[in-house]
Design a protein around this ligand. Sequence first.
Ligand code: RTP
Ligand code: MG
Length: 140
Amino acid sequence: MAIERTFSILKPDATRRNLTGAINAVFEKNGLSIVAQKRVQLTQAQAEGFYAVHKERSFFGELVSFMISGPVVLQVLQGENAMARNRELMGATDPKKADAGTIRAEFAESIEANSVHGSDSLENAKTEISYFFAETEIVA
Ligand code: RTP
Ligand code: MG
């Protein structure tokens, strides 16, 4: 299986509840290495740009407000099949529908405050990684 990279965000509900270590432990126990990581306060423009694909959705304004409501941790995860593996570990968007044992089932507060973001295709992973990281900041 191919070694891939995917983009991950630990969202404001996770940083607020001091869950960054607990969530990172899930990644690391499951074969995903954190090869880049930074804690930042997103600006409104950065959050709007990142979620531009959702700009016509009813929840866009609330989503952007939530994503700038506190610090986030931006990450690049690397490992075998990293994009799909991370999506499995995250679980469904709505924690009520997420499989037991997934990050969202265990940690998320709601469909919006759902603790993590993970890229949903390799193409999007590339775009999202380069939105936030220079190649020199990724150290495998
Ligand atoms: P993500 O992009 O954050 O990894 O999550 P996802 O693929 O599972 O979900 P997506 O459909 O891309 O939605 C992006 C984020 O928007 C918020 N959301 N709120 N209020 C709502 O109905 C609603 N639906 C989605 C969530 O924070 C979701 O992760
Ligand atoms: Mg998504």
